[in-house]
Design a binder for this molecule. Structure first.
Ligand code: GTB
Length: 216
């Protein structure tokens, strides 16, 4: 059955792989599933047809036969459950991988995403510097703990899993910042994720969309 996902027609990140369709592309590449992409504009995302798929008018979405899903974490989990390559075979290992998926999205991502939003939307507010500082303190607290837990391991819990896939996509938003640079083992962890052939194929595919849009 054909899998179709949605992605930005013109991603505000200019093809840097930060929009959340990247997680789905990467997961599908890891498990070797081909997929189609339907590109949507901000206007299309507010139209009834898209809202029926994604009640909050966002990307990504995932369609496969009569199944329609939204929320990148749920979609990655679905892919991991249907296909080998993202979740361990043993029950306990699977449960731990799920725990890391939730940790990435619920514990590590919020201050990182809020910082990114603040840098775009709140830059001119009188309290901007204080807010940025508070967010960066929160991020460093999370990264201190994550860095200690990862230690010198390659991945968070044995072999690469959907937990690592989500964690790497979350940390990638800090790439090039002095925050991530302060944690050499986390920088190396992110680089290991980016070096995976599946990641590279997914990144190239989403970058091609931006490149094509810029030449039209
Ligand atoms: N919890 C949902 C999920 O994980 O699927 C969140 C989905 C989401 O935030 N989608 C964003 C969206 O559709 C795109 S990815 N936004 C439009 C809207 O809400 O109206 C978030 C994103 C956007 C832009 C950049 N960027 O430019 O760097 C990076 C990430």
């Amino acid at each position: 059955m054909t899998i179709t996902i949605t992605a930005f027609e013109r991603s505000p990140d200019r093809g840097r792989g930060l929009a959340r369709d990247m997680r789905i592309r990467w997961a599908l590449e890891e498990v070797g599933q081909p997929y189609d992409v339907r590109l949507v504009s901000f206007k299309t995302m507010r139209e009834p047809a898209h809202l029926a798929l994604q009640p909050f008018g966002q990307i990504p979405t995932y369609e496969e036969g009569d199944l329609a899903l939204f929320e990148s974490g749920a979609i990655v989990l679905h892919i991991g459950e249907r296909h080998a390559g993202l979740l361990p075979d043993d029950e306990n290992g699977r449960a731990r991988a799920l725990t890391w998926m939730f940790a990435a999205l619920n514990t590590v991502e919020p201050p990182i995403f809020d910082r990114a939003l603040a840098r775009i939307l709140e830059r001119n507010e009188p309290w901007y510097e204080q807010r940025l500082h508070a967010l960066e303190v929160s991020i460093r607290k999370r990264l201190d703990d994550l860095s200690r837990r990862l230690g010198d391991a390659d991945w968070l819990d044995g072999a690469f899993s959907a937990g690592d896939l989500l964690m790497v996509t979350v940390l990638l938003r800090l790439k090039g910042s002095d925050i991530l640079d302060g944690y050499p083992n986390l920088s190396a962890y992110v680089a290991r994720g980016e070096a995976r052939p599946a990641y590279k194929r997914a990144f190239a595919a989403q970058l091609a969309v931006f490149t094509a849009a810029s030449t039209t």
